[in-house]
Each structure stands twice: as C-alpha cells, then as structure tokens.
Design a protein around this ligand. Structure first.
Ligand SMILES: *Cc1c(COP(=O)(O)O)cnc(C)c1O
Length: 232
C-alpha cells in the first residue's frame, strides 16, 4: 500500500486550498499494526496519531529497538496523542509523544503540569473544546475554557507548552454544524490566543476544517483505510 502517495495527495489538495499556509497532516495510525506504521514511516511519513497511550508506546518502543542508532533523535516517528488523556498513563506521554491533542479538563491540565516538573522532555499540548455539546465528546465547554484561560497559561512551563486548541466536528457529520463548529474554534483562537494553533479536521471533514483555518489535520482512514482492531 502506498500510504505516502495518499498523504502527498491530501497535502497537495490542502496546499491548493491554502497556498500561503503550512498545514501539518498527522497520519492517524491508531488500530493499525506495527507493520503498517513502520511501512508508512519508511515511505516518508513522520507525524503519526495514536489515541491510546499504550498502543502508541508499543509502536514507538518497538521502532526504537529496531532503529537504535536514530532512536531518540529528530528522525524518530513523531507520535501525537489524539484521544482523551488517561490519568494513569499520562506520565508516559513525556519523551514518547511530541504532543497531546486531547487535554479535556482542568484536572488533566493540572496533572500534566505537576508531572511536567519532573520531566526532562517537553510536551506540546492542545486543549480540547467540546463545541458540539455532545455527551460522547470530552473537552471543555466554551464557557469553562474562557473562565480558565489565565490558569491554563499560569500552569505552563518550559516542559509543558500550550500549543493550541483542538476540537472535533459533530458525530453525525452534518456539514452545516461541522462548519459552524470549526469556525467557532477559529474565532475563539483569534480572539483570545491569536498566537496559538488549531487542530481540527479528520477524514470526513478536513476540507471544511482547512477552509475554516485549521493548522493541523488528523487523518486516518483516507491514508490507511478502514481500521482493524489489533492486539497490543
Ligand atoms: C481516529 C481519530 C482521527 C482520525 O479519524 P479518521 O476519520 O480515520 O480520519 C482524528 N482525530 C481523533 C481525535 C481521532 O480519534
């Protein structure tokens, strides 16, 4: 399978839509095997998305064992954690993932802040906003986020970088709602934290996300095909 070709096709399509911007595409390899992940890396993909810390860790540890000469250098696959942050394994984010895109509560943020003080590696973080108000989605409600902005800032340090905001479109994929949600995230960013990035857009809605100003899209199915549940 030529994953890189698909990645490049999407990349070209995106840069045609936003020629003046450099939008990062994260290839979401969750629930695909180590072999798929490794093959995509060999083809040239560098940024990968995993929603389970355990699963991502399994992949990066195996890759490091097989590539000891370039392990822990910038030539490693860059893992982005994209799911809700699980409290128990959150310390494993540091040093193994370059970023987490799912900080969904002040509790999570405080826990990460506490942890970051003991770490030698830095972690880039995206605060997740729930703008569709669906119960199934985690994240700050808009009002909750606005109330906490200064505390979020205050807990940052040189190992805990607040990189931006993340959101997900509605589960039913409604185009109108999707656009409104993405536009809303861009507005919130522009108004309150204009120097930060926004992470939004998946296989079904990345075109809309890009039109609405996304800096980072997270794409699985369009690159790797349907997900299988693999053993860890
Ligand atoms: C799985 C996942 C994606 C990728 O989904 P696709 O529809 O396969 O592109 C993006 N973001 C998050 C948070 C995910 O959990």
């Amino acid at each position: 399978m030529n994953f890189y070709q698909k990645y490049q096709d999407i990349s070209q399509e995106i840069s045609k839509s936003q020629p003046q911007k450099n939008i990062l595409i994260i290839a979401v390899s969750k629930k695909h095997s180590y072999e798929v992940f490794e093959e995509a890396y060999k083809q040239g993909i560098r940024d990968f998305g995993e929603n389970s810390i355990q699963e991502g860790l399994g992949k990066i540890e195996r890759w490091r064992e097989l590539n000891p000469d370039i392990a822990h250098t910038d030539r490693e696959p860059h893992l982005h954690h994209i799911g809700p942050v699980q409290k128990g394994s959150l310390r494993k984010l540091f040093g193994n993932f370059v970023a987490t895109h799912g900080v969904g509560s002040m509790n999570n943020w405080k826990e990460l802040a506490k942890r970051s003080l003991k770490e030698s590696h830095l972690l880039r973080c995206f605060i997740q906003l729930n703008l569709t108000l669906e119960d199934t989605k985690s994240g700050f409600l808009e009002s909750e986020f606005l109330e906490n902005i200064s505390e979020i800032h205050a807990l940052c340090n040189e190992k805990l970088i607040w990189e931006g905001l993340m959101t997900m479109g509605p589960s039913d994929g409604d185009i109108e709602t999707t656009r409104n949600v993405f536009r809303k995230l861009q507005q919130i960013r522009n108004e309150y934290i204009p120097d930060k990035k926004i992470s939004m857009g998946m296989t079904g809605d990345y075109k809309i996300a890009v039109e609405e100003g996304s800096d980072i899209v997270r794409i699985g199915t369009a690159i790797f095909g349907e997900r299988k549940y693999i053993e860890k």
